[in-house]
Ligand binder design. Structure first.
Ligand SMILES: Nc1ncnc2c1ncn2[C@@H]1O[C@H](COP(=O)(O)OP(=O)(O)OP(=O)(O)O)[C@@H](O)[C@H]1O
Length: 579
Protein backbone atom coordinates (compact mmCIF):
# COMPACT_ATOMS: atom_id res chain seq x y z
CA UNK A 1 0.00 0.00 0.00
CA UNK A 2 2.62 2.50 1.09
CA UNK A 3 4.82 1.39 -1.81
CA UNK A 4 1.92 2.15 -4.15
CA UNK A 5 1.68 5.66 -2.75
CA UNK A 6 5.39 6.19 -2.96
CA UNK A 7 5.03 5.38 -6.67
CA UNK A 8 2.90 8.50 -6.96
CA UNK A 9 5.82 10.62 -5.87
CA UNK A 10 6.57 12.82 -8.89
CA UNK A 11 10.35 12.76 -8.40
CA UNK A 12 11.32 9.53 -6.75
CA UNK A 13 15.07 10.25 -6.88
CA UNK A 14 14.39 12.68 -4.04
CA UNK A 15 13.45 9.69 -1.89
CA UNK A 16 16.78 8.04 -2.56
CA UNK A 17 18.55 11.25 -1.62
CA UNK A 18 16.60 11.57 1.63
CA UNK A 19 17.13 7.88 2.46
CA UNK A 20 20.88 8.08 1.72
CA UNK A 21 21.27 11.26 3.79
CA UNK A 22 19.44 9.77 6.75
CA UNK A 23 21.47 6.57 6.56
CA UNK A 24 24.70 8.59 6.60
CA UNK A 25 23.39 10.62 9.56
CA UNK A 26 22.46 7.49 11.49
CA UNK A 27 25.79 5.77 10.91
CA UNK A 28 27.59 9.00 11.78
CA UNK A 29 25.67 9.18 15.03
CA UNK A 30 26.67 5.60 15.89
CA UNK A 31 30.32 6.25 15.03
CA UNK A 32 30.38 9.46 17.09
CA UNK A 33 29.24 7.36 20.02
CA UNK A 34 31.97 4.87 19.17
CA UNK A 35 34.52 7.69 19.64
CA UNK A 36 33.54 7.69 23.31
CA UNK A 37 35.47 4.42 23.70
CA UNK A 38 39.04 5.77 23.13
CA UNK A 39 38.15 9.16 24.66
CA UNK A 40 36.80 7.73 27.91
CA UNK A 41 39.56 5.11 28.03
CA UNK A 42 42.16 7.91 27.80
CA UNK A 43 40.43 10.21 30.25
CA UNK A 44 39.09 7.81 32.85
CA UNK A 45 42.51 6.62 34.00
CA UNK A 46 44.06 7.39 37.36
CA UNK A 47 46.25 9.81 35.35
CA UNK A 48 44.10 11.21 32.50
CA UNK A 49 45.97 11.13 29.16
CA UNK A 50 44.81 14.26 27.32
CA UNK A 51 47.29 13.78 24.49
CA UNK A 52 45.88 10.36 23.65
CA UNK A 53 42.33 11.74 23.81
CA UNK A 54 43.05 14.87 21.69
CA UNK A 55 42.92 13.30 18.16
CA UNK A 56 39.65 11.55 19.02
CA UNK A 57 38.21 14.74 20.43
CA UNK A 58 39.16 16.59 17.19
CA UNK A 59 37.66 13.80 15.09
CA UNK A 60 34.49 14.03 17.24
CA UNK A 61 34.28 17.81 16.71
CA UNK A 62 34.65 17.39 12.92
CA UNK A 63 32.05 14.59 13.00
CA UNK A 64 29.61 16.79 14.93
CA UNK A 65 30.09 19.63 12.45
CA UNK A 66 29.48 17.28 9.54
CA UNK A 67 26.39 15.92 11.30
CA UNK A 68 25.03 19.45 11.72
CA UNK A 69 25.71 20.37 8.05
CA UNK A 70 24.00 17.19 6.79
CA UNK A 71 20.99 17.82 9.06
CA UNK A 72 20.66 21.38 7.70
CA UNK A 73 20.77 20.00 4.14
CA UNK A 74 18.32 17.15 4.87
CA UNK A 75 15.58 19.31 6.45
CA UNK A 76 14.54 21.41 3.40
CA UNK A 77 14.84 18.40 1.07
CA UNK A 78 12.49 16.44 3.32
CA UNK A 79 10.07 19.35 3.55
CA UNK A 80 9.97 19.80 -0.24
CA UNK A 81 9.51 16.07 -0.75
CA UNK A 82 6.59 15.87 1.68
CA UNK A 83 4.85 18.82 -0.01
CA UNK A 84 5.37 17.23 -3.42
CA UNK A 85 3.87 13.93 -2.34
CA UNK A 86 0.84 15.61 -0.74
CA UNK A 87 0.23 17.74 -3.84
CA UNK A 88 0.59 14.75 -6.18
CA UNK A 89 -1.85 12.75 -4.08
CA UNK A 90 -4.39 15.58 -4.03
CA UNK A 91 -4.25 15.96 -7.81
CA UNK A 92 -4.56 12.24 -8.32
CA UNK A 93 -7.62 11.99 -6.05
CA UNK A 94 -9.34 15.02 -7.61
CA UNK A 95 -8.72 13.73 -11.14
CA UNK A 96 -10.20 10.40 -10.14
CA UNK A 97 -13.36 11.70 -8.44
CA UNK A 98 -14.10 13.87 -11.48
CA UNK A 99 -14.74 10.60 -13.34
CA UNK A 100 -16.98 8.96 -10.69
CA UNK A 101 -20.74 8.53 -11.11
CA UNK A 102 -22.73 11.28 -9.38
CA UNK A 103 -24.30 8.72 -7.08
CA UNK A 104 -20.98 8.43 -5.28
CA UNK A 105 -21.22 11.98 -3.90
CA UNK A 106 -23.19 11.27 -0.73
CA UNK A 107 -22.60 13.39 2.41
CA UNK A 108 -20.44 10.59 3.85
CA UNK A 109 -18.35 10.29 0.70
CA UNK A 110 -18.00 14.06 0.41
CA UNK A 111 -16.62 14.00 3.95
CA UNK A 112 -14.22 11.15 3.02
CA UNK A 113 -13.09 13.13 0.00
CA UNK A 114 -12.59 16.30 2.05
CA UNK A 115 -10.46 14.39 4.57
CA UNK A 116 -8.53 12.60 1.84
CA UNK A 117 -7.46 15.79 0.09
CA UNK A 118 -6.80 17.77 3.27
CA UNK A 119 -5.71 15.87 6.38
CA UNK A 120 -4.91 12.47 4.83
CA UNK A 121 -2.87 13.69 1.85
CA UNK A 122 -1.06 16.20 4.09
CA UNK A 123 -0.34 13.56 6.74
CA UNK A 124 0.89 11.03 4.23
CA UNK A 125 3.25 13.58 2.70
CA UNK A 126 4.42 14.82 6.09
CA UNK A 127 4.67 11.46 7.81
CA UNK A 128 6.39 9.82 4.85
CA UNK A 129 9.32 12.10 5.56
CA UNK A 130 8.87 12.61 9.29
CA UNK A 131 8.65 8.88 9.97
CA UNK A 132 11.07 7.82 7.27
CA UNK A 133 14.01 9.75 8.71
CA UNK A 134 13.76 8.72 12.39
CA UNK A 135 12.82 5.17 11.37
CA UNK A 136 16.13 4.87 9.53
CA UNK A 137 17.93 6.44 12.52
CA UNK A 138 16.11 4.18 14.98
CA UNK A 139 17.21 1.09 13.05
CA UNK A 140 20.74 2.04 12.07
CA UNK A 141 21.93 3.73 15.28
CA UNK A 142 21.32 0.59 17.43
CA UNK A 143 22.96 -1.61 14.78
CA UNK A 144 26.04 0.64 14.64
CA UNK A 145 26.18 0.64 18.43
CA UNK A 146 26.08 -3.16 18.52
CA UNK A 147 29.08 -3.10 16.16
CA UNK A 148 30.94 -0.74 18.53
CA UNK A 149 29.96 -2.83 21.59
CA UNK A 150 31.29 -5.97 19.86
CA UNK A 151 34.75 -4.40 19.78
CA UNK A 152 34.55 -3.83 23.55
CA UNK A 153 32.96 -6.97 24.98
CA UNK A 154 31.15 -9.42 22.71
CA UNK A 155 29.14 -11.03 25.53
CA UNK A 156 27.54 -7.71 26.53
CA UNK A 157 27.00 -6.98 22.81
CA UNK A 158 25.00 -10.22 22.64
CA UNK A 159 22.70 -8.94 25.41
CA UNK A 160 22.25 -5.77 23.35
CA UNK A 161 21.31 -7.93 20.38
CA UNK A 162 18.95 -10.20 22.36
CA UNK A 163 16.72 -7.25 23.25
CA UNK A 164 15.86 -6.58 19.59
CA UNK A 165 13.66 -9.63 18.73
CA UNK A 166 11.70 -9.37 22.01
CA UNK A 167 11.18 -5.62 21.47
CA UNK A 168 10.14 -6.09 17.83
CA UNK A 169 7.57 -8.76 18.70
CA UNK A 170 5.92 -6.50 21.29
CA UNK A 171 6.18 -3.60 18.88
CA UNK A 172 4.30 -5.52 16.20
CA UNK A 173 1.48 -6.36 18.58
CA UNK A 174 1.33 -2.80 19.87
CA UNK A 175 1.37 -1.40 16.30
CA UNK A 176 -1.56 -3.60 15.29
CA UNK A 177 -3.65 -2.41 18.24
CA UNK A 178 -2.67 1.23 17.63
CA UNK A 179 -3.72 0.80 14.00
CA UNK A 180 -7.14 -0.62 14.93
CA UNK A 181 -7.69 2.24 17.37
CA UNK A 182 -6.64 4.76 14.72
CA UNK A 183 -9.07 3.30 12.16
CA UNK A 184 -11.92 3.50 14.68
CA UNK A 185 -11.04 7.07 15.59
CA UNK A 186 -10.78 8.14 11.94
CA UNK A 187 -14.16 6.59 11.15
CA UNK A 188 -15.67 8.57 14.01
CA UNK A 189 -13.98 11.74 12.73
CA UNK A 190 -15.30 11.15 9.19
CA UNK A 191 -18.77 10.61 10.65
CA UNK A 192 -18.50 14.02 12.32
CA UNK A 193 -17.43 15.62 9.04
CA UNK A 194 -20.33 13.91 7.19
CA UNK A 195 -22.84 15.09 9.79
CA UNK A 196 -21.40 18.61 9.62
CA UNK A 197 -21.89 18.68 5.82
CA UNK A 198 -25.39 17.26 6.22
CA UNK A 199 -26.17 19.81 8.93
CA UNK A 200 -25.01 22.68 6.74
CA UNK A 201 -26.94 21.48 3.71
CA UNK A 202 -30.12 20.80 5.64
CA UNK A 203 -30.21 24.06 7.62
CA UNK A 204 -33.09 25.59 5.65
CA UNK A 205 -35.17 22.43 5.82
CA UNK A 206 -34.41 21.83 9.51
CA UNK A 207 -35.27 25.39 10.49
CA UNK A 208 -38.39 25.45 8.36
CA UNK A 209 -39.51 22.27 10.11
CA UNK A 210 -38.57 23.71 13.51
CA UNK A 211 -36.01 20.91 13.86
CA UNK A 212 -32.85 22.98 14.19
CA UNK A 213 -32.16 21.33 17.53
CA UNK A 214 -32.50 17.76 16.33
CA UNK A 215 -29.86 18.50 13.68
CA UNK A 216 -27.63 19.51 16.59
CA UNK A 217 -28.41 16.29 18.42
CA UNK A 218 -27.22 14.18 15.48
CA UNK A 219 -24.02 16.20 15.49
CA UNK A 220 -23.61 15.83 19.26
CA UNK A 221 -24.05 12.06 18.95
CA UNK A 222 -21.22 11.95 16.45
CA UNK A 223 -19.02 14.08 18.70
CA UNK A 224 -19.77 11.84 21.71
CA UNK A 225 -18.93 8.75 19.68
CA UNK A 226 -15.65 10.34 18.60
CA UNK A 227 -14.75 11.10 22.21
CA UNK A 228 -15.71 7.61 23.31
CA UNK A 229 -13.64 5.94 20.61
CA UNK A 230 -10.69 8.16 21.55
CA UNK A 231 -10.95 6.96 25.16
CA UNK A 232 -11.40 3.33 24.06
CA UNK A 233 -8.32 3.66 21.85
CA UNK A 234 -6.24 5.08 24.68
CA UNK A 235 -7.28 2.23 26.99
CA UNK A 236 -6.49 -0.38 24.35
CA UNK A 237 -3.01 0.87 23.50
CA UNK A 238 -2.00 1.51 27.11
CA UNK A 239 -1.07 -2.10 28.03
CA UNK A 240 1.00 -2.93 24.93
CA UNK A 241 2.74 0.46 25.19
CA UNK A 242 3.59 -0.13 28.83
CA UNK A 243 4.84 -3.66 28.04
CA UNK A 244 7.12 -2.28 25.38
CA UNK A 245 8.53 0.35 27.74
CA UNK A 246 9.03 -2.38 30.37
CA UNK A 247 10.99 -4.49 27.87
CA UNK A 248 13.23 -1.57 26.93
CA UNK A 249 13.85 -0.79 30.65
CA UNK A 250 14.31 -4.47 31.39
CA UNK A 251 16.91 -4.55 28.60
CA UNK A 252 18.86 -1.78 30.29
CA UNK A 253 18.74 -3.56 33.66
CA UNK A 254 19.99 -6.77 31.99
CA UNK A 255 22.91 -4.92 30.36
CA UNK A 256 23.71 -3.15 33.65
CA UNK A 257 23.55 -6.35 35.72
CA UNK A 258 25.65 -8.36 33.25
CA UNK A 259 28.26 -5.58 32.86
CA UNK A 260 28.60 -5.18 36.65
CA UNK A 261 28.90 -8.98 36.99
CA UNK A 262 31.72 -8.99 34.40
CA UNK A 263 33.34 -6.02 36.17
CA UNK A 264 33.19 -7.70 39.56
CA UNK A 265 34.51 -10.95 38.14
CA UNK A 266 37.45 -9.00 36.74
CA UNK A 267 36.83 -9.65 33.04
CA UNK A 268 35.72 -6.07 32.19
CA UNK A 269 37.60 -2.85 32.97
CA UNK A 270 35.79 -0.03 34.77
CA UNK A 271 36.22 2.38 31.84
CA UNK A 272 34.78 -0.16 29.39
CA UNK A 273 31.88 -0.81 31.76
CA UNK A 274 31.08 2.91 31.87
CA UNK A 275 31.39 3.19 28.06
CA UNK A 276 29.11 0.17 27.59
CA UNK A 277 26.50 1.68 29.90
CA UNK A 278 26.63 5.01 28.00
CA UNK A 279 26.25 3.05 24.75
CA UNK A 280 23.34 1.11 26.27
CA UNK A 281 21.47 4.32 27.04
CA UNK A 282 22.02 5.62 23.52
CA UNK A 283 21.15 2.18 22.12
CA UNK A 284 17.84 1.92 23.92
CA UNK A 285 16.70 5.49 23.28
CA UNK A 286 15.96 5.05 19.54
CA UNK A 287 14.45 1.63 20.30
CA UNK A 288 12.16 3.38 22.78
CA UNK A 289 11.22 5.93 20.12
CA UNK A 290 10.15 3.13 17.78
CA UNK A 291 6.87 2.73 19.66
CA UNK A 292 5.83 6.27 18.69
CA UNK A 293 7.15 5.79 15.19
CA UNK A 294 5.21 2.61 14.70
CA UNK A 295 2.02 4.39 15.79
CA UNK A 296 2.68 7.18 13.28
CA UNK A 297 3.56 4.64 10.60
CA UNK A 298 0.27 2.80 11.15
CA UNK A 299 -1.62 6.12 11.06
CA UNK A 300 0.06 6.89 7.76
CA UNK A 301 -0.73 3.45 6.42
CA UNK A 302 -4.38 3.89 7.42
CA UNK A 303 -4.49 7.31 5.74
CA UNK A 304 -2.99 5.68 2.65
CA UNK A 305 -5.67 2.94 2.75
CA UNK A 306 -8.40 5.60 2.94
CA UNK A 307 -6.96 7.54 0.01
CA UNK A 308 -6.50 4.33 -1.94
CA UNK A 309 -10.10 3.25 -1.28
CA UNK A 310 -11.24 6.44 -3.04
CA UNK A 311 -8.80 5.81 -5.87
CA UNK A 312 -10.18 2.24 -6.14
CA UNK A 313 -13.81 3.41 -6.60
CA UNK A 314 -14.69 2.30 -10.11
CA UNK A 315 -15.12 5.12 -12.60
CA UNK A 316 -17.79 5.20 -15.33
CA UNK A 317 -16.61 2.69 -17.93
CA UNK A 318 -16.56 3.47 -21.61
CA UNK A 319 -17.43 0.84 -24.16
CA UNK A 320 -15.01 0.42 -27.02
CA UNK A 321 -15.53 2.20 -30.37
CA UNK A 322 -16.29 5.57 -28.76
CA UNK A 323 -18.65 7.59 -30.91
CA UNK A 324 -17.30 11.08 -31.53
CA UNK A 325 -20.51 12.75 -32.74
CA UNK A 326 -24.26 12.35 -32.43
CA UNK A 327 -25.83 11.14 -35.68
CA UNK A 328 -29.17 12.64 -34.67
CA UNK A 329 -30.86 13.80 -31.47
CA UNK A 330 -33.31 10.97 -30.95
CA UNK A 331 -33.34 9.24 -27.54
CA UNK A 332 -34.17 5.62 -26.85
CA UNK A 333 -34.61 3.57 -23.70
CA UNK A 334 -34.47 -0.15 -24.35
CA UNK A 335 -35.42 -2.47 -21.48
CA UNK A 336 -33.65 -0.26 -18.97
CA UNK A 337 -33.38 -1.48 -15.40
CA UNK A 338 -31.67 0.65 -12.78
CA UNK A 339 -31.26 0.79 -9.01
CA UNK A 340 -29.57 3.21 -6.63
CA UNK A 341 -27.48 0.68 -4.70
CA UNK A 342 -29.99 -1.94 -3.62
CA UNK A 343 -33.08 0.20 -4.24
CA UNK A 344 -34.63 -0.74 -7.58
CA UNK A 345 -35.99 2.35 -9.34
CA UNK A 346 -36.58 1.56 -13.03
CA UNK A 347 -37.57 -1.85 -14.40
CA UNK A 348 -37.65 -2.76 -18.04
CA UNK A 349 -38.33 0.78 -19.24
CA UNK A 350 -38.65 1.08 -23.02
CA UNK A 351 -39.65 4.19 -25.00
CA UNK A 352 -38.43 6.29 -27.90
CA UNK A 353 -38.27 10.06 -28.37
CA UNK A 354 -37.83 10.85 -32.07
CA UNK A 355 -35.38 13.63 -32.96
CA UNK A 356 -37.05 17.05 -32.76
CA UNK A 357 -39.98 15.84 -30.66
CA UNK A 358 -41.13 16.88 -27.20
CA UNK A 359 -41.84 14.16 -24.68
CA UNK A 360 -43.59 14.83 -21.38
CA UNK A 361 -42.63 12.48 -18.57
CA UNK A 362 -45.34 12.13 -15.96
CA UNK A 363 -45.98 9.90 -13.00
CA UNK A 364 -46.49 10.01 -9.26
CA UNK A 365 -43.69 11.25 -7.03
CA UNK A 366 -40.90 8.67 -6.83
CA UNK A 367 -41.93 6.90 -10.03
CA UNK A 368 -38.47 7.48 -11.54
CA UNK A 369 -38.92 10.52 -13.83
CA UNK A 370 -35.81 12.37 -12.67
CA UNK A 371 -33.84 9.16 -12.83
CA UNK A 372 -34.73 8.81 -16.52
CA UNK A 373 -33.21 12.22 -17.25
CA UNK A 374 -30.11 11.39 -15.16
CA UNK A 375 -29.54 8.24 -17.16
CA UNK A 376 -29.74 10.18 -20.44
CA UNK A 377 -27.01 12.56 -19.22
CA UNK A 378 -25.12 9.50 -17.91
CA UNK A 379 -24.91 10.67 -14.33
CA UNK A 380 -25.32 6.98 -13.59
CA UNK A 381 -25.07 3.80 -15.64
CA UNK A 382 -27.94 1.38 -16.22
CA UNK A 383 -27.87 -2.06 -14.59
CA UNK A 384 -29.39 -3.70 -17.65
CA UNK A 385 -30.68 -2.58 -21.01
CA UNK A 386 -29.44 0.40 -22.90
CA UNK A 387 -29.92 4.17 -23.18
CA UNK A 388 -29.22 5.48 -26.69
CA UNK A 389 -28.70 9.11 -27.63
CA UNK A 390 -28.31 9.92 -31.31
CA UNK A 391 -28.29 6.21 -32.08
CA UNK A 392 -25.29 5.43 -29.84
CA UNK A 393 -25.22 3.76 -26.43
CA UNK A 394 -24.36 6.58 -23.96
CA UNK A 395 -21.56 4.38 -22.65
CA UNK A 396 -19.96 4.61 -26.09
CA UNK A 397 -20.21 8.36 -26.29
CA UNK A 398 -17.30 10.50 -25.38
CA UNK A 399 -18.53 12.47 -22.31
CA UNK A 400 -17.67 15.74 -24.05
CA UNK A 401 -19.82 14.82 -27.06
CA UNK A 402 -22.77 13.81 -24.91
CA UNK A 403 -22.75 16.79 -22.58
CA UNK A 404 -22.01 19.31 -25.35
CA UNK A 405 -25.32 18.49 -26.92
CA UNK A 406 -27.39 18.25 -23.74
CA UNK A 407 -28.70 21.11 -21.61
CA UNK A 408 -30.42 20.33 -18.33
CA UNK A 409 -32.88 22.61 -16.58
CA UNK A 410 -33.24 21.30 -13.05
CA UNK A 411 -36.06 22.19 -10.67
CA UNK A 412 -33.53 23.39 -8.16
CA UNK A 413 -31.11 25.54 -10.11
CA UNK A 414 -27.71 26.10 -8.57
CA UNK A 415 -26.07 29.40 -9.48
CA UNK A 416 -22.54 30.43 -8.60
CA UNK A 417 -22.02 33.50 -6.47
CA UNK A 418 -20.95 35.67 -9.38
CA UNK A 419 -22.72 37.94 -11.89
CA UNK A 420 -25.71 36.86 -13.97
CA UNK A 421 -23.51 37.22 -17.03
CA UNK A 422 -20.86 34.83 -15.70
CA UNK A 423 -23.53 32.36 -14.67
CA UNK A 424 -24.94 32.40 -18.17
CA UNK A 425 -21.57 32.23 -19.84
CA UNK A 426 -20.97 28.87 -18.15
CA UNK A 427 -23.04 27.45 -20.97
CA UNK A 428 -20.84 29.03 -23.66
CA UNK A 429 -17.86 31.06 -22.46
CA UNK A 430 -17.18 32.59 -25.90
CA UNK A 431 -20.76 33.83 -26.53
CA UNK A 432 -21.06 37.37 -27.89
CA UNK A 433 -23.13 39.94 -25.99
CA UNK A 434 -25.71 39.78 -28.77
CA UNK A 435 -26.05 36.02 -28.21
CA UNK A 436 -26.32 36.57 -24.45
CA UNK A 437 -29.09 39.13 -24.97
CA UNK A 438 -30.91 36.83 -27.37
CA UNK A 439 -30.79 33.91 -24.94
CA UNK A 440 -31.98 36.15 -22.11
CA UNK A 441 -34.89 37.39 -24.24
CA UNK A 442 -35.89 33.87 -25.25
CA UNK A 443 -35.92 32.76 -21.60
CA UNK A 444 -37.63 36.01 -20.50
CA UNK A 445 -34.65 36.66 -18.29
CA UNK A 446 -34.24 40.13 -19.83
CA UNK A 447 -37.13 41.43 -17.70
CA UNK A 448 -35.39 40.16 -14.55
CA UNK A 449 -32.04 41.68 -15.55
CA UNK A 450 -33.67 45.07 -16.18
CA UNK A 451 -34.99 45.12 -12.64
CA UNK A 452 -31.68 44.19 -10.99
CA UNK A 453 -29.57 47.04 -9.58
CA UNK A 454 -26.44 46.25 -11.62
CA UNK A 455 -28.15 44.57 -14.58
CA UNK A 456 -26.02 41.81 -16.07
CA UNK A 457 -23.31 42.42 -13.50
CA UNK A 458 -25.55 41.85 -10.46
CA UNK A 459 -24.14 39.17 -8.20
CA UNK A 460 -26.70 36.47 -7.55
CA UNK A 461 -25.50 35.34 -4.09
CA UNK A 462 -24.42 31.86 -3.03
CA UNK A 463 -26.45 29.27 -4.93
CA UNK A 464 -28.39 32.15 -6.54
CA UNK A 465 -30.05 33.05 -3.23
CA UNK A 466 -30.76 36.65 -4.33
CA UNK A 467 -33.07 35.42 -7.10
CA UNK A 468 -36.42 33.72 -6.71
CA UNK A 469 -36.91 30.08 -7.74
CA UNK A 470 -38.64 31.08 -10.97
CA UNK A 471 -35.92 33.62 -11.79
CA UNK A 472 -33.23 31.00 -11.23
CA UNK A 473 -35.06 28.67 -13.57
CA UNK A 474 -35.13 31.40 -16.20
CA UNK A 475 -31.32 31.67 -15.90
CA UNK A 476 -31.11 27.94 -16.41
CA UNK A 477 -33.40 28.04 -19.47
CA UNK A 478 -31.37 30.93 -20.88
CA UNK A 479 -28.27 28.74 -20.47
CA UNK A 480 -29.98 26.06 -22.57
CA UNK A 481 -30.76 28.62 -25.31
CA UNK A 482 -27.23 30.00 -25.20
CA UNK A 483 -25.66 26.57 -25.34
CA UNK A 484 -27.71 25.84 -28.47
CA UNK A 485 -28.01 22.33 -27.09
CA UNK A 486 -29.86 19.98 -29.42
CA UNK A 487 -31.24 17.97 -26.53
CA UNK A 488 -32.88 19.66 -23.55
CA UNK A 489 -33.95 17.89 -20.37
CA UNK A 490 -36.28 19.93 -18.20
CA UNK A 491 -37.58 19.28 -14.71
CA UNK A 492 -40.49 21.70 -14.55
CA UNK A 493 -41.08 23.22 -11.09
CA UNK A 494 -43.66 21.04 -9.33
CA UNK A 495 -44.70 23.73 -6.89
CA UNK A 496 -46.62 26.74 -8.10
CA UNK A 497 -44.49 29.76 -8.96
CA UNK A 498 -45.86 33.26 -8.66
CA UNK A 499 -48.06 34.06 -11.65
CA UNK A 500 -45.49 36.18 -13.45
CA UNK A 501 -42.71 33.58 -13.16
CA UNK A 502 -45.19 30.80 -13.93
CA UNK A 503 -46.13 32.42 -17.25
CA UNK A 504 -42.54 33.39 -18.11
CA UNK A 505 -41.12 29.91 -17.39
CA UNK A 506 -43.95 28.15 -19.26
CA UNK A 507 -43.48 30.42 -22.24
CA UNK A 508 -39.73 29.89 -22.26
CA UNK A 509 -40.15 26.10 -22.08
CA UNK A 510 -42.71 26.22 -24.87
CA UNK A 511 -40.28 28.25 -26.98
CA UNK A 512 -37.50 25.71 -26.36
CA UNK A 513 -39.84 22.90 -27.37
CA UNK A 514 -41.23 24.63 -30.47
CA UNK A 515 -37.88 24.57 -32.22
CA UNK A 516 -37.94 21.31 -34.19
CA UNK A 517 -34.17 21.12 -34.26
CA UNK A 518 -34.35 20.23 -30.56
CA UNK A 519 -35.40 17.09 -28.78
CA UNK A 520 -36.99 17.98 -25.47
CA UNK A 521 -37.87 15.75 -22.55
CA UNK A 522 -39.79 17.56 -19.89
CA UNK A 523 -40.89 16.28 -16.50
CA UNK A 524 -44.16 18.13 -16.74
CA UNK A 525 -46.47 19.34 -14.00
CA UNK A 526 -48.43 22.01 -15.86
CA UNK A 527 -51.42 21.14 -17.99
CA UNK A 528 -50.23 23.61 -20.68
CA UNK A 529 -46.87 21.84 -20.99
CA UNK A 530 -48.54 18.44 -21.07
CA UNK A 531 -50.98 19.39 -23.82
CA UNK A 532 -48.19 20.87 -25.97
CA UNK A 533 -46.09 17.66 -25.89
CA UNK A 534 -45.91 15.33 -28.89
CA UNK A 535 -46.05 12.30 -26.66
CA UNK A 536 -46.45 11.46 -23.03
CA UNK A 537 -44.60 8.68 -21.21
CA UNK A 538 -46.37 7.91 -17.95
CA UNK A 539 -44.32 6.07 -15.32
CA UNK A 540 -45.65 4.22 -12.33
CA UNK A 541 -43.47 2.38 -9.82
CA UNK A 542 -40.48 2.58 -12.17
CA UNK A 543 -42.33 0.99 -15.12
CA UNK A 544 -43.84 2.53 -18.22
CA UNK A 545 -47.58 2.54 -17.59
CA UNK A 546 -48.77 4.42 -20.69
CA UNK A 547 -47.34 5.94 -23.85
CA UNK A 548 -49.29 8.05 -26.34
CA UNK A 549 -50.29 11.53 -27.38
CA UNK A 550 -51.79 13.73 -24.64
CA UNK A 551 -55.21 13.62 -26.35
CA UNK A 552 -55.19 9.83 -26.65
CA UNK A 553 -54.15 9.34 -23.06
CA UNK A 554 -56.68 11.79 -21.67
CA UNK A 555 -59.36 9.93 -23.51
CA UNK A 556 -58.07 6.56 -22.31
CA UNK A 557 -58.86 7.58 -18.70
CA UNK A 558 -55.75 5.92 -17.22
CA UNK A 559 -52.99 7.24 -14.98
CA UNK A 560 -52.23 10.22 -17.25
CA UNK A 561 -55.87 11.33 -17.30
CA UNK A 562 -55.94 11.11 -13.50
CA UNK A 563 -52.71 13.09 -13.05
CA UNK A 564 -53.83 15.66 -15.62
CA UNK A 565 -57.00 16.20 -13.63
CA UNK A 566 -54.99 16.61 -10.42
CA UNK A 567 -52.60 19.12 -12.00
CA UNK A 568 -55.51 21.15 -13.38
CA UNK A 569 -57.14 21.19 -9.99
CA UNK A 570 -53.90 22.21 -8.28
CA UNK A 571 -53.43 25.08 -10.75
CA UNK A 572 -56.93 26.37 -10.14
CA UNK A 573 -56.19 26.48 -6.40
CA UNK A 574 -52.83 28.18 -6.69
CA UNK A 575 -53.20 30.68 -9.51
CA UNK A 576 -55.51 33.53 -8.79
CA UNK A 577 -57.70 34.02 -11.82
CA UNK A 578 -58.29 37.49 -13.14
CA UNK A 579 -61.57 38.18 -14.87
N1 LIG B 1 -29.41 9.53 -5.39
C1 LIG B 1 -30.32 8.66 -4.96
N2 LIG B 1 -29.96 7.64 -4.15
C2 LIG B 1 -30.87 6.74 -3.72
N3 LIG B 1 -32.18 6.74 -4.06
C3 LIG B 1 -32.60 7.72 -4.85
C4 LIG B 1 -31.71 8.73 -5.34
N4 LIG B 1 -32.42 9.57 -6.13
C5 LIG B 1 -33.69 9.11 -6.13
N5 LIG B 1 -33.79 8.00 -5.38
C6 LIG B 1 -35.02 7.20 -5.18
O1 LIG B 1 -35.40 6.71 -6.45
C7 LIG B 1 -36.80 6.77 -6.61
C8 LIG B 1 -37.14 7.55 -7.88
O2 LIG B 1 -36.70 8.87 -7.72
P1 LIG B 1 -36.88 9.98 -8.85
O3 LIG B 1 -36.32 11.25 -8.31
O4 LIG B 1 -36.36 9.48 -10.13
O5 LIG B 1 -38.48 10.06 -8.91
P2 LIG B 1 -39.36 11.19 -9.51
O6 LIG B 1 -40.45 10.48 -10.22
O7 LIG B 1 -38.56 12.17 -10.29
O8 LIG B 1 -39.92 11.86 -8.19
P3 LIG B 1 -40.38 13.39 -7.93
O9 LIG B 1 -41.52 13.67 -8.86
O10 LIG B 1 -40.80 13.38 -6.51
O11 LIG B 1 -39.18 14.25 -8.20
C9 LIG B 1 -37.34 7.40 -5.35
O12 LIG B 1 -37.82 6.37 -4.53
C10 LIG B 1 -36.16 8.07 -4.71
O13 LIG B 1 -36.25 8.03 -3.32
Amino acid sequence: MIRKLYNLWPDRSILLRIGALQAVLAILQGLLLGLLVPILRALLQAEPDFQAAAPWLIAGAIGLLLYWVLTVIATPIGFAASMELAAALRHHVMRHVATLPLGWFTAANKARLARAVTADAGNIGHLAVVIGAPAIVSMLVPLTIIGVAMTLEWRVALVFLAIIPVALLTLRHSGRIASEADIELEEAATEIAGRAIELGQAQTVLRAAGQGQSGGIRMREALDEHRASYRRGLRRVMLPDLSYTAIVLGGFIAILAFSVYLLLSGSLALTDTIVLLVLAVRYLEPLGNLIELIGALRAMENAAVRVQSILDTPTLRYLPHAATALEHTGIEFENVTFSYGNTPVLSDVTFRCPAGSTTALVGPSGSGKTTVTRLIARFFDVDAGCVRVGGADVRQLDPGVLLNDIAIVFQEVYLFDSSIEENLRLARPDASSEELNEAARAARLDEVIERLPDGWQTRVGEGGSRLSGGERQRVSIARAFLKQARIVLIDEAASALDPENERAVSEAIARLARDRRRTVIVIAHRPATLVAADQVVALEGGRVAEIGSPTELRAAGGIFAKLYGQYEQARSWHIPRRN
